[in-house]
Design a protein around this ligand. Structure first.
Ligand SMILES: *Cc1c(COP(=O)(O)O)cnc(C)c1O
Length: 379
């Protein structure tokens, strides 16, 4: 089955109860048992719920994985992965990391004795120099948020393999439409399904996709034991969103290309970070591992202070000032004071998140209208 068919049919079955074409919302916490332990495979909805099972099957299908695991948020999915570790274990990650992931790693798990290293994942020698006998996980995000760096998934997977590590890729920004890390050698894929997968800014949900039987069993155990499960309504909304993932993504990419070129050619713009531009420092890697370049971009306006940057954002009308990304509507954000405010200033600026940086989630409106909105804000 090709990707555009998988979004609609992948892992889906006609519901056996009434042959409903769409997966019903099984809004129930518990299931009648014939005798203790004799049931139709469902006992209690923290453990299993039919709507969630359908979503998990769709997740697996989208990333060519054997298993999909759904969580109540992207961060709950990440939390489950770190819970595979023990005190003393170490994780190597990027210093250009989603702020919430950084916060979860450093503010929650460091105190349980897990150690995190943040480095640029561009230089394989740097990555290898951090590996020791306690290293268990390489955690990559590509494209990154908000600097839109691209890391070479195949190169990292080789290092991970040869050192027997678990290599996880946060694939939220690309979506499975653009990039399938498992095919490139990753062990696990994580998604904030809140973003492109659900795609309509109406649900918070997380996903893990993987092939390893033993790790999958542990993750299903954590899913049930820790209990960060999504409700059936949210599973339904995510499944419905996924059915149009491919058509939405195609338009996100087309619009971002136009917006990126408009910004690139604007005299007031200092720099545009979009992997489809040949000027992007990782353009070649992006071309190798992604089928197109996505709807996320960041840019910096020449000599703008924090105040001027915020004024610019306030002048935009079609781009709504909001956290999050990946919905049908265009959003803009100021990473330094919004999504990345929890990262210490020095750390933040080292990775490029300065006061004049603006991040756009380019939606699927008409590209001309989006460009006009930006034009007016520059006036
Ligand atoms: C939003 C996001 C997360 C966290 O997901 P939630 O669904 O908000 O918990 C993790 N990684 C990336 C790249 C994100 O954009």
């Amino acid at each position: 089955m090709k990707f555009n068919t998988k979004t609609i049919h992948g892992g889906q079955k006609i519901d056996p109860a009434f042959n409903s074409v769409m997966q019903p919302i099984y809004q129930t916490s518990t299931y009648a048992q014939q005798r203790p332990g004799i049931n139709k495979g469902f006992e209690y909805s923290r453990t299993h719920n039919p709507t969630r099972t359908a979503l998990q099957n769709s997740f697996a299908s989208l990333e060519n994985a054997k298993y999909g695991v759904a969580f109540s948020s992207g961060l709950a999915a990440i939390d489950a992965i770190v819970k595979l570790l023990s005190p003393g274990d170490e994780v190597i990650s990027t210093n250009d990391l989603y702020g919430g992931t950084f916060r979860l790693f450093t503010k929650i798990f460091e105190k349980y004795g897990v150690k995190f290293h943040f480095t640029s994942l561009h230089n394989m020698t740097d990555v290898e120099s951090l590996i020791n006998e306690n290293t268990k996980v390489i955690w990559a995000e590509t494209p990154t948020n908000p600097m839109i760096n691209i890391f070479d998934i195949e190169a990292l997977s080789k290092i991970s393999r040869s050192n027997n590590l678990l290599f996880v890729v946060d694939n939220t920004f690309a979506s499975p439409y653009l990039q399938n890390p498992l095919n490139l050698g990753a062990d696990m894929v994580m998604h904030s399904a809140t973003k492109y997968l659900a795609g309509h800014s109406d649900v918070v949900l997380g996903a893990l996709m993987l092939n390893d039987d033993k790790i999958a069993e542990k993750l299903y155990f954590i899913q049930n034991a820790s209990g960060a499960v999504p409700g059936p309504q949210d599973c339904f909304l995510t499944l419905r969103g996924i059915k149009t993932l491919h058509v939405r993504m195609q338009r996100h990419c087309e619009n971002a290309l136009k917006v990126a070129h408009f910004l690139y050619n604007h005299e007031m713009v200092e720099k545009v970070y979009w992997p489809g531009l040949e000027s992007h420092k990782n353009h070649k890697v992006a071309k190798k591992q992604m089928s197109d370049f996505g709807g996320m971009l960041s840019f910096r306006i020449k000599d703008f202070s924090k105040e001027q940057t915020i004024n610019f954002l306030e002048k935009l009308h079609l781009f709504t000032l909001a956290e999050s990304l990946g919905g049908v509507e265009s959003l803009c954000g100021h990473p330094a004071t919004m999504t990345h405010a929890s990262i210490p200033k020095e750390e933040r600026e080292k990775s490029g998140v300065t006061a004049s940086l603006i991040r756009l989630s380019v939606g699927i409106e008409d590209a001309d209208d989006l460009i006009n909105d930006l034009k007016n804000a520059f006036l």
